[in-house]
Design a protein around this ligand. Structure first.
Ligand code: ATP
Length: 290
């Protein structure tokens, strides 16, 4: 009951940012309970097979209606679509915050329900536009949720360098030991995102779920974040809720979600040539031209 109240509050009172907070809350608690980094070699495709879903609070409303989508191992799939189409719901099912009402999600042909939720939390990283930082040091934030004994200071610095975060971190008063303040409030939005990317690089999970930022950062920060994200996505089975044209253009495939199904699937140019919903979505510039 308490959780349902919280869900209602976050989704319907706080709107989109509330939705992110909810995802963050669920993800961070899952991450905390995942006691070690996965040593499993996940090499198969991730498939959503005829997935149907209704939220527990509204069991009569079908949000996903037989959604079929294959995330090819090691490739990037950009998920686009109008507001309310079900994109975040797909993310929540992939993260296993909820289970499909019907249909299933598989990895390498195996139903994900055969894996424990903790095990799943080890193999999936979620990075979204409002990453959670804690009132601890920068270095501790990067290593958050990972077992202390396996993470050295060198690993943290390596991840920060790869995430374009090292330079700004060493310019902070106490470098990696600098406290970031309540919710990382002493850092800029772009800096917080790069810390979250460093955390995901360090975790090194094979499956990545990304909710791309909608709000623009300043040009330099934007470039640094984009570079870090490109590196993070490389070789991982990635689903990105994409808001930028450059992300969809570079994705291996674009899935257009509409009314709880994948209505169009292909590359940017294939979908443009189709002159369907994707083409009009791009046409109406609901995807930011960057
Ligand atoms: P946006 O682009 O605006 O973020 P989206 O494509 O991510 O939208 P979802 O957030 O997945 O869409 O929402 C799909 C539908 O599910 C919407 O009608 C929304 O109102 C509904 N919904 C989302 N979360 C819940 C919930 N916790 N309980 C009940 N209904 C929900």
């Amino acid at each position: 009951r308490k959780e349902h109240d919280e869900i209602t509050r976050l989704f319907f009172v706080n709107g989109y940012s509330g939705k992110n907070q909810y995802l963050n809350m669920r993800y961070m608690s899952a991450l905390k309970s995942a006691s070690s980094v996965s040593s499993l070699a996940w090499s198969g495709d991730v498939c959503l097979e005829d997935v149907h879903f209704s939220y527990p609070l509204r069991p009569d409303v079908d949000i996903l209606n037989g959604l079929v989508l294959t995330l090819k191992c090691g490739t990037v799939t950009a998920l686009v679509g109008p507001s309310g189409a079900g994109k975040s719901t797909v993310v929540q099912l992939l993260a296993r915050f909820y289970e499909p009402t019907m249909g299933r999600i598989t990895v390498a042909g195996e139903d994900v329900r055969t894996f424990g939720k903790t095990e799943w939390a080890r193999v999936v990283s979620i990075v979204n536009q409002e990453p959670v930082l804690f009132s601890i040091s920068v270095g501790e934030n990067i290593a958050y949720g990972l077992p202390d004994e396996k993470i050295s200071q060198d690993d943290i610095i390596k991840a920060a360098k790869a995430a374009n975060a090292h330079e700004f971190i060493i310019s902070l008063p106490q470098g990696y030991d600098t406290l970031v303040g309540e919710r990382g409030g002493l850092l800029s939005g772009g800096q917080r995102q790069r810390i979250a990317i460093a955390r995901a690089l360090l975790k090194n999970a094979p499956i990545l779920i990304l909710d791309e930022a909608t709000s623009a950062l300043d040009t330099v920060s934007e470039r640094l974040v984009q570079e870090a994200l490109t590196l993070l996505m490389k070789g991982r089975t990635t689903l990105v809720i994409a808001h930028r044209l450059s992300t969809v253009q570079n994705a291996h495939q674009i899935a257009l979600c509409s009314d709880g199904r994948i209505a169009e699937l292909g590359t940017h140019f294939e979908l443009l040539a189709k002159k369907g919903q994707y083409a009009s979505l791009v046409g109406t510039q609901r995807l930011a031209f960057d």
